[in-house]
Design a protein around this ligand. Structure first.
Ligand code: ZN
Length: 166
C-alpha cells in the first residue's frame, strides 16, 4: 500500500497500547446491538461484518471482518473465506456506484511486523483510490470534518449495498 500522509493515524498509534488491554474493538462491533452508527458498521453478513476504518488511510477505507476472533488465514473456514471475498466484491461494487474511485488497494496485514494494527483479529482492508488522492488526504486533518465525511460515506455505502440485494 502506498504511504499516504494521514495525520489522524498518529492518534491510532498512540492509543494502540491502551486498546490492547480492552476487548477487541472488532469483536465489540460484531457483538454490539443498535450501535451501527457509533461503530461505523455498514453491513452485517452471515460470516462477516463490514465497517468503516475509524482511522482511515483514505476516504472510504472499509474493513471486512470475519465474525470469529482469529488471527491467521489458516483459521478461516472455506465458507468464511468465500463469504469474505463475496462481501469484498459487493463493497467494491457499492464503492464504484457511490464514489467512482479510479482504483482500489485491497489486502490483509498479518502480524504486527506487517503493520497489522489489530493483529489478533484478521480483517481485510478495502481502500478506494483516486488520482491525486494523497494530496487530498493531506488537507483533511480536522477530526470533525472527518467524522461528518465518514458518516456520509457510511450512509452512501449502506444505500448502495442494499441496492445490490435487489
Ligand atoms: Zn476480535
Amino acid at each position: 500500500m502506498d504511504r499516504i500522509y494521514s495525520p489522524w493515524r498518529s492518534q491510532y498509534i498512540e492509543s494502540f497500547n491502551e486498546e490492547k488491554k480492552e476487548e477487541c474493538f472488532l469483536c465489540g462491533a460484531i457483538h454490539s446491538v443498535n450501535e451501527n452508527k457509533e461503530r461505523l458498521i455498514i453491513a452485517r453478513e452471515s460470516h462477516c461484518i463490514v465497517l468503516l476504518n475509524k482511522y482511515p488511510y483514505n476516504s472510504g477505507h472499509t474493513l471486512v471482518v470475519p465474525l470469529h476472533h482469529i488471527s491467521d488465514l489458516d483459521d478461516l473456514t472455506t465458507d468464511e473465506l468465500v463469504a469474505v471475498m463475496a462481501t469484498t466484491k459487493k463493497v467494491v461494487s457499492a464503492m464504484k456506484d457511490a464514489f467512482h474511485p479510479h482504483g482500489f488497494n485491497i489486502g490483509i496485514n498479518i502480524g504486527q511486523s506487517a503493520g497489522a494494527g489489530l493483529p489478533g483479529h484478521l480483517h481485510f482492508h478495502i481502500v478506494p483510490r483516486w488520482n491525486g488522492d494523497a494530496n487530498f488526504t493531506a488537507t483533511i486533518s480536522d477530526m470533525k470534518v472527518i467524522s461528518t465525511a465518514m458518516e456520509n460515506t457510511r450512509l452512501a455505502l449502506i444505500e448502495k449495498m442494499n441496492d445490490s440485494h435487489l
